[in-house]
Ligand binder design. Structure first.
Ligand SMILES: Cc1cc2nc3c(=O)[nH]c(=O)nc-3n(C[C@H](O)[C@H](O)[C@H](O)COP(=O)(O)OP(=O)(O)OC[C@H]3O[C@@H](n4cnc5c(N)ncnc54)[C@H](O)[C@@H]3O)c2cc1C
Length: 266
């Protein structure tokens, strides 16, 4: 996924030049609780450096600074929607698709980006749902300017993502069939308060629940349904935004190749 991620970072970095896009370049820390070297991918990122011991919160052994594009999702999705409409696209939210064959005749190529929905639509048993929860709170005074992430990627996650007016606190990664308890949001806040006491007592603006469509590797692939060309782009787990532009460009290449084949047959 590194190639997809690098391409996505390039695009997001360019989008960060205009605040209306909802993308900002933000400096922050990934920290680890056991002695560990930073992963290779982080060494190439802008403003990378190892943390000084006093920069790492209590309970963590080491960490590293780097800059990433941070996305305010409601603003970004609004921008993507405007961009799609400007390009002549339309959005229809009217119904649930029960089988890929039901829509394959409506265009020359069908692109399947249904996330966890692909588990039943394709069907693809290797996809599994990983639930997550986010708590959105008001920005405190003085403001939080840097992101913070615990580098762990299973179970009780810990990340603090500052935006202009709010701070997004995370998180968790739980199997799809587990009921998320009433205390899950409070537990996320407690973990984040330990690292960033300025967050204590801030107003909770929203609690967001979502599902990550986890697969061994994302599927960006040409297929066929009822004799019509089909392009899959699903299974990005907890990195769907991080690899989005890279995957979309690869899927676009597959769509163009399929269109050329269809045109050659006419
Ligand atoms: C709490 C949380 C935090 C996350 N944090 C990050 C992060 O920091 N960085 C990152 O890169 N990623 C993150 N992710 C992961 C990211 O959100 C996903 O990888 C991404 O949303 C997947 O995009 P997608 O378009 O493939 O699927 P989705 O966003 O799930 O979209 C699929 C769409 O298809 C529709 N659909 C499905 N089935 C059908 C059907 N049968 N008929 C009609 N429509 C259908 C759905 O309604 C939905 O609109 C996070 C996820 C969660 C839950």
């Amino acid at each position: 996924m590194i190639g997809w991620g690098e391409r996505t970072r390039e695009v997001l970095q360019a989008l960060a030049a205009d605040a209306d896009h909802g993308v900002s370049m933000v400096l922050g820390i990934d920290a680890v609780r056991q002695e560990e070297d930073p992963p290779d991918w982080v060494l190439r990122l802008p403003r990378y450096r190892l943390c000084e011991p006093h920069e790492v919160p209590t309970g963590f052994r080491s960490g590293w600074w780097y800059e990433i594009p941070l996305i305010d999702m409601p603003v970004y999705l609004g921008y993507l929607e405007r961009r799609l409409r400007r390009a002549g696209g339309t959005i229809e939210k009217s119904h649930r698709v029960e089988a890929l064959g039901d829509v394959s005749g409506s265009g020359r190529v069908t692109v399947n980006c249904t996330g966890i929905g692909a588990r039943t639509l394709v069907p693809d048993d290797s996809l599994r749902a990983v639930q997550g929860l986010l708590v959105v709170v008001d920005q405190p005074e003085p403001r939080i300017e840097h992101f913070f992430q615990d580098d762990a990627d299973e179970g009780d996650l810990l990340y603090i993502l500052p935006h202009r007016d709010v701070v997004v606190l995370g998180g968790c990664a739980l199997p799809g069939d587990v009921e998320i308890g009433d205390d899950a949001a409070a537990a996320i806040m407690a973990r984040c308060f330990e690292v960033e006491p300025r967050l204590r007592g801030q107003r909770v603006v929203a609690i967001r629940h979502g599902v990550r469509p986890k697969r061994k590797t994302a599927r960006v692939e040409r297929d066929e349904v009822d004799g019509h060309p089909l392009v899959h782009n699903y299974g990005h787990g907890g990195s769907g935004v991080t690899v989005s532009w890279g995957c979309a460009e690869e899927a676009l290449g597959l769509v163009r190749a399929a269109l050329a084949e269809v045109d050659a047959l006419i």
